[in-house]
Design a protein around this ligand. Structure first.
Ligand SMILES: [Ca+2]
Length: 185
């Protein structure tokens, strides 16, 4: 019995039954290979069996395209977009995670929306796995800052006005009292 990988004789066995060959594909460049086994009987008759396989030792590509890392965002809802591809065996699975929470399956998608984000910094990770189980990951950090609403600004302005008038009144009365006191003297 002979084993060929793309026409190169790799191993020969002289007994029948089930045989095992452990193929270290890291020694091979990515791409398609034929695996052929030829079995001979004692009279020299032979029968070949062949299958095609693809070697893929290269990680897929993953890139988060939006938002940009370090972005300051004034919204509680964000849309994360990304790009994944794999040259040889193709993408099997893509997942996304927010702030090291559970992985969400987004296979076949190119964006995901997170809502009700709190103020402060957040971490988004996207990881993708090719059909040969090679994994790649990209991550970004961004900061959510919520600007005050118009009514909040309005209330803050009124409060500031009350404080200014109050302080001015206190200062005026104090000065007045001092004048009265010095007149009495
Ligand atoms: Ca790959």
């Amino acid at each position: 019995m002979e084993l060929y990988i793309s026409d190169n004789l790799i191993q020969t066995w002289t007994t029948g039954g089930t045989q095992t060959y452990e193929w270290d594909t890291t020694m091979y460049i990515d791409g398609p290979y034929s695996l052929r086994v030829i079995v001979y009987d004692k009279a020299g008759n032979s029968k070949p069996t062949e299958i095609m396989v693809t070697v893929d030792n290269t990680s897929p590509n993953v890139k988060i395209t939006s938002p940009t890392s370090g972005a300051l965002i004034e919204k509680v809802t964000i849309i994360v977009t990304w790009r994944v591809d794999d040259a040889t065996s193709g993408i099997a699975r893509t997942e996304i995670s927010l702030d090291d929470g559970a992985w969400i399956d987004v296979t076949g998608e190119t964006s995901h929306t997170f809502t009700d984000l709190t103020e402060g910094s957040h971490l988004v990770r996207v990881r993708t796995t090719d059909n040969a189980k090679n994994v790649a990951e990209d991550s970004i950090e961004f900061t959510i800052r919520i600007p005050p609403l118009p009514w909040e600004l309005y209330v803050a302005t009124i409060l500031a006005g009350i404080i200014i008038i109050g302080v001015a009144t206190i200062l005026y009365r104090r000065r007045h009292a001092i004048k009265k006191y010095s007149k009495k003297k």
